[in-house]
Ligand binder design. Structure first.
Ligand code: FAD
Length: 368
């Protein structure tokens, strides 16, 4: 029989959001456990080999740790994959985290207690926090109509150029992943690289010789509350155009690396790709790399009785206010535009986790 473990708080997921929340709950002496199916910060380990951060080092700082040796130029520089992992690992060594490695497969509510089940264990908790990140890849539905002579991978599976065995590559999406992967492949000069541009804009690194991030910092743009008028404007723009991506822009990729630009991809039938404004391309000996993002999918984790109460008709969690779900004692952290416009990145997660831990402590102990 599975062993039952009792905690005030169960946190699901040990990415930055889950571990940061644990870090602050430690400080408040709250009994908690983090349940993680892989390893702490697993998403960062899974990024491609030459991945580098989109945010400058000062935005990636974790609480109470001197990382001057790793940070380097904190104002302008961006860490690569190894550097960001070293930062997380060093920080993790500096405090205890109560963690259990298991895949949460079901959560149900019985008499005001949450029953959180994994293959081996059962955990009982008064409060559940979802910190599972965006756990599902997004690929357009027309993927099913694509000829099986073509190779396809999602950006989450991309590691390096050795994976690509075809002579042509079609990269779909010009968010930060799309442009980074495109540059890496085009630089090798081994393939003809096509890039299908999405709606998002690109921002430059510097304006009047000053890092764009210096302006962000001075104007406190990442501290804007999602519910403020400005926050709502940013959210509206982001819903319409997607997040602005870091350089290189598609135009730079075209002029510097001979990348062939295409409009937004709208369909593929067999080997024929159709783009906006009547552009077409016959795909032959091609790998399609879907840089089309991720979404949250809570359905595999929650009991059917909770589905309708917790999720809207698109399967997205109904949030009452800030971190709170529509069901008392279920919380989320790390969702886009949750409390801050930066809630989904490290900068926002550090601030949100502190706030969430304090809110939960108040709920449990009646004091912050
Ligand atoms: C390509 C890319 C580049 C990015 N670049 C930046 C950047 O430059 N700067 C920045 O600040 N942010 C960046 N982000 C955004 C963000 O910081 C990361 O996505 C970050 O990993 C999100 O942290 P998280 O804790 O919310 O989720 P995750 O890091 O995804 O952690 C969730 C954890 O939950 C676990 N989990 C999921 N389901 C279960 C289950 N059923 N049971 C147990 N455990 C489970 C997973 O294994 C995972 O470890 C980037 C994101 C992507 C995709």
């Amino acid at each position: 029989m599975a062993k039952i473990n009792e905690y005030d708080v169960v946190i699901i997921g040990a990415g930055q959001c889950g571990v940061l929340t644990a870090y602050y709950l430690n400080k408040y002496n709250i009994s908690y456990i983090v349940l993680e199916k892989d390893r702490c910060f697993s998403s960062w380990y899974k990024r491609w080999d030459n991945f580098y951060m989109n945010t400058a080092n000062w935005m990636n700082r974790l609480p109470d740790i001197d990382l001057s040796s790793i940070d380097g130029d904190i104002e302008n520089k961006r860490a690569n994959k190894d550097q960001i992992i070293i930062q997380f690992e060093q920080w993790l060594k500096s405090f205890p985290v109560n963690i259990n490695i298991c895949n949460v497969s079901n959560i149900k509510l019985e008499e005001h207690k949450f029953i959180v089940e994994s293959e081996r264990n059962v955990f009982h908790a008064t409060i559940v926090i979802f910190a599972i990140g965006l756990n599902q890849i997004v690929i357009p539905k027309f993927q099913n109509k694509i000829s099986n002579t073509l190779e396809q991978i999602h950006s989450s599976e991309f590691k390096n150029s050795n994976q690509i065995k075809t002579s042509n590559v079609l990269i779909v999406g010009t968010g930060s992943s799309g442009v980074q992967i495109c540059k890496e492949l085009a630089q090798t000069q081994k393939y003809s690289v096509y890039l299908s541009c999405s709606k998002n804009s690109n921002f430059p690194w510097t304006v009047f010789g000053i890092s764009i991030y210096s302006y962000v910092r001075k104007l406190k743009l990442f501290d804007i509350k999602s519910q403020s008028v400005l926050g709502k404007c940013v959210k509206f723009l982001s819903a319409r155009k997607g997040d602005p991506a870091t350089p290189p822009s598609p135009k730079e990729l075209q002029s510097e690396y001979n990348v062939m630009l295409k409009n937004r991809l709208i369909d593929i039938k067999g080997n024929d790709a159709f783009f906006e404004k009547n552009q077409t391309l016959y795909l032959n000996d091609t790998t399609i790399i879907w840089c089309t993002g991720y979404q949250l999918n809570l359905q595999p984790l929650i009991d059917k009785t909770l589905h309708n109460k917790l999720l809207n008709r698109y399967g997205y969690p109904l949030v009452n206010f800030g971190f709170r779900s529509i069901i008392p004692n279920i919380y989320y952290i790390g969702l886009r535009f949750q409390r801050l416009v930066s809630s989904h990145i490290i900068y926002g997660a550090v601030r949100d986790a502190k706030k969430l831990a304090s809110e939960i402590t108040f709920k449990i102990n009646g004091k912050r």
